[in-house]
Write a protein that binds this ligand. Structure first.
Ligand code: KE4
Length: 429
């Protein structure tokens, strides 16, 4: 039986100095209850908490650690580069190499700007779309999460859904009024919003595979429909690939699903665990960004050499060995098959959503295709399953509104253990 004494002590101490004891709300275990684990170290597919309990990690820092924790080429690159200073605030050759590498991997990226988080990337892409079109409104989907910039905190997913925050204090009505929302996968609702706001909608931003209400796939024709609507209405289509980028394929969801956006945002994997985001896309749009154009966007640590060398090293490894993503997809399929077997033996309602190495288990009698169906799942049963797995050494995302993230350091033995622990956990949920 795991002891959590050190995490308990640290959590009490953390709350004296940090709001809720965490620097990001989803880490607080607030929606699943219990004490958040304080992590001491990690290697490969394993985390070790402050009590040295080992866990097989299915969060991978919410996506970045796609080749496992402390991936040696990344660690070595960071250590080597740090001795030449950690930041200059001036252009470097490394930033050119990073931009050129990304353009060689992802389709449809004429120009790309580095920032320091997915939030910054999405916030900047929206401002750019508004500046490019001269329009104020935009469409997002209920349950999708694009970071915590004010405009996106309307019916958002991830922690906003986890904590059931209907209206985020501090987001003014003036801001929220330009955020139009509808259900994911509902093209008719999009068409209606566009018709009701004719000529006023700058952009549609979408997670091409949603990961912030659990994993939810676009229905056939959904993304293609968004593409057509944006073409017809001269709107900017923004793919938020912070989660899917460099994970679903080297070229992300654009490559995997065969639909090109006008702007794409990145985060997570692009920084290999260091603070990196990026937005890029069509030259005519990107050329509106300062210093070329007047859409202002900036950042002291944008393109930071330590963050760049970490991300560059990881992306280069993925590009040079495309088999890594194939291996990861195969491992995810193996895990899915094993989970389905034990869930079927358990005999109660569930559904698994999955694409590539994104997967989520929902305790639901019906398909989970949007936020409403995700929210209608048996959330209490998820909470019990989360803790049953945690005490058996399996670390799942502490929310029913998150995707699981596999990393390629997972072995088939780890996957078998996960499947076995699920079989045991289901006896007590
Ligand atoms: P960051 O600002 O957290 O780097 O990225 C925001 C973001 C943007 N777009 C998508 C599709 C995202 O999933 C995210 C961040 N994802 C959450 C987990 N669902 C980050 C975890 C957290 O908030 O601590």
């Amino acid at each position: 039986m795991y002891s959590y004494e050190s995490s308990k002590t640290l959590f009490e101490r953390a709350q004296q100095s940090i709001p809720g004891g965490v620097n990001s709300p989803v880490r607080a275990f607030k929606s699943v209850g219990g004490v958040p684990l304080f992590i001491k170290k990690a290697k490969g597919a394993y985390l070790y908490d402050a009590d040295d309990n080992p866990y097989i990690d299915y969060i991978a820092s919410w996506g970045p650690m796609i080749l496992g924790h402390a991936y040696e080429p990344v660690v070595d690159a960071i250590c080597d580069r740090a001795r030449y200073s950690t930041s200059f605030g001036a252009p470097t050759e490394l930033e050119i190499e990073m931009a050129e590498l990304i353009r060689s991997m992802a389709p449809n990226i004429d120009l790309i700007r580095m920032v320091s988080s997915g939030t910054e990337a999405c916030m900047s892409a929206l401002r750019l779309a508004r500046g490019f079109t001269g329009r104020n409104k935009f469409i997002k989907f209920e349950g999708c999460y694009h970071g915590h910039a004010d405009a996106f905190l309307v019916k958002a997913g991830s922690g906003v859904a986890t904590f059931n925050i209907q209206t985020v204090p501090g987001v003014t009505a003036a801001i929220a009024n330009d955020t139009l929302t509808c259900a994911y996968n509902d093209l008719d609702a999009v068409r209606q919003l566009v018709a009701e706001n004719k000529g006023e909608v700058a952009a549609i931003i979408v997670e091409p595979v949603a990961g912030n209400m659990g994993c939810i796939l676009p229905q056939p024709g959904f993304l293609e429909g968004l593409r057509n609507i944006c073409d017809e209405e001269n709107m900017v289509l923004i793919f938020d690939e912070v989660m899917t980028g460099f994970r679903l394929a080297l070229g992300g969801a654009q490559e995997k699903l065969g639909v090109n956006a006008d702007l794409v945002t990145y985060g997570k994997v692009i920084g290999a665990g260091m603070p990196v985001g990026a937005f890029g896309g069509r030259r005519e749009i990107m050329e509106c960004i300062a210093p070329l154009g007047n859409v202002y966007q900036a950042g002291t640590l944008s393109g930071n050499p330590i963050a760049m060398i970490a991300g560059y090293t990881l992306l280069k490894a993925l590009k040079e060995r495309p088999s890594l993503l194939k291996e990861l997809d195969e491992k995810t399929l193996y895990l899915k098959a094993g989970l389905e077997k034990v869930l079927n033996e358990w005999g109660q309602a569930y559904t698994i959503n999955h694409l590539g190495s994104m997967i989520s288990v929902h305790f639901s009698e019906r398909p989970v295709t949007d936020f409403a169906s995700a929210a209608a799942c048996d959330i209490e049963r998820f909470k019990k399953c989360f803790h049953a797995m945690l005490k058996r050494g399996i670390y799942l995302p502490p929310s029913a509104y998150e995707s699981w993230f596999l990393n390629n350091a997972l072995t088939y033995e780890d996957l078998d253990k996960t499947i076995g622990m699920m079989a045991e956990s289901l006896k007590e949920v």
